[in-house]
Design a protein around this ligand. Sequence first.
Ligand code: 1YM
Length: 634
Amino acid sequence: MSASYTVKDIQVLKGLEAVRKRPGMYIGGTGSDGLHQLVWEILDNAVDEALNGYCTRIELTIRADGSISVDDNGRGIPVEKHPATGKNTVETILCNLHAGGKFDDYAYKVAGGLHGVGAAVVNALSEELVVAVMRGGRVYSQTFSRGIPSSKLKNLGEAERSGTKVTFRPDPEIFPDISFSKDKIRERLETKAFLIAGLEIVMKDESDDSLETFVYPGGITDFLTKLAGQAPMIDAQPFHFRCENGLRLELAMAWTEETSGRILSFVNSIPTPAGGTHDAAFRSGITKAVRTYIEKRNGLPKGIKSVSAEDVREGLVAVISVYLQGNLEFQGQTKERLNSREASQVEPLVRNAFETWLHQNPTQAGAIMSRVVLAAQARTASRAARDEVTRKAATRRLTLPGKLADCSISSRDGSELFIVEGDSAGGSSKQARDRRFQAILPLRGKILNVEQASADKLKANKEIQSLVQSLGTGMGKQFDYSRLRYGKIIINTDADVDGHHIATLLLTFFYRFLPELIHRGHLYLAVPPLYRLSIGSGKKARTQYVFSDEEKNRALKGLNGKEVDIQRFKGLGEMDAQTLKSTTMDPATRRMLKVGIENEATADDVFDTLMGKDVRKRFTFIKTHAREVRDLDI
Ligand code: 1YM
């Protein structure tokens, strides 16, 4: 240790140690999402520089050695000695957990979630990190390893431009699998380019020498066009609104002829797929503006008492982006829902701006009002029809399909429905289940490909009927969440190509016709093992189940020299009840994936690709993605 080793140095080491000991606290985990979080943190620092108006171009390179570089043409991180630490500012930013907040002189931090400590967290979790700063006509560089400086900040000579370039290689001691997903990165970069109109973002991949550029002069209006996709917009000119005083807010929206709608929300340029306070305030603002407009104009047609928030939302596509100061508060299991109360300011802003726009654009306002009133009429009519049906059905009680082996408890909480493939798997699942709370529904063969079938054909399909009856909710317009009969719906298909196909068909069906069950977190995929390894013999014999070929190879490497018998499970029907129970059904020992929609904007395309008519497109997709279903993103 050098003589200049101080209390501050000890604090720094303790901070780094905390990050390395509990990476999950800072980046959510050490799986693929955590690994990519490192990229987002560095990217967000460059994005901040763009949001502050100093940077026009960001280049991200996926490098052949497993590292990532992010290079921006902003001002460059300051290099002078920092008063709080006595070290240069670059080192201060990269080695101090409390950086962001403490350095009040700097405007620093708008984007991202970690508030200025992002770079230090990435540094702590990287085997090596190199930063180059171009500033004041000079190039400076410093290197770090696992958060500790491995060189001084060196002045390398003249610089032609200004900017900051950070290259980091994640630490294999922390991350078991360091493979970056180009798709995930591309999607993130494209989204940032949409959110900051005119910002040029380049993605380079050294492994195939490719280069892609994202730049959208129209910003979120371009984003909206992409989101609406093929669906025709009823109002040719989308509503666009930007506000910079008080709250920074930008909004683009339009209605389409389709019944489904999509609202994408962002806070500080980070996606909030589960919405939250800003999104709720936006919805409420729009609903109030529409209601007031209707009141001031013609009023509602006969038979319609009011328009609901759902009526207003039908067919609505929107992109809303807000910037909040201070610590963001997130909620929910995956911390994807904004919970900051500050965001309620969105409501009056949106309400006033939209109402004014409606009055200034009477033709478009008329088209929108017809659209909303139509939705209200459809809802009223379908409620009347449903009441009629329910009254008739009340005497018959609930009709359940004959194939369903129901569980004994009748509450939704704690009950589970397993959807299995074929009668043979159905038989073994029935033996393996805990009948008190686990129900089994065997489906025969492949359900219809919903992406290609008409709605009528679909409703006539027996397998779909049994499924919907078992769930109790009805589907499409008749969907009624309050009638859902099970808390968890678990798709359990074989771990082979056919099984994957059936699972995908079912996922598509849920996504298209029962999306609320996905949004509310009821849908799961069981993960049955692919192999049983029987290790050793006699008294010391033991069994291990593995879930993929890679996992098998890894396990076999570890078992070098031992006697191992490998059994491949061809289907769930082949497993004995005890094995099926412990590997796939018993909540204490099974593996499951919760199905969520990671990106609403691309989910539609993904299903179109998977299940649409273009077989070749589908084939390439399945081939390239089949191996990464680990954290399922649809
Ligand atoms: C590839 C990552 O970090 N760019 C970047 C970071 C900073 C600045 C510019 C910057 C900010 C400010 C003033 C300010 C940062 N500076 C700091 C701190 N790209 C990347 N580009 N001058 C330059 O916020 O006032 C932290 S990050 F705190 F040192 F100012």
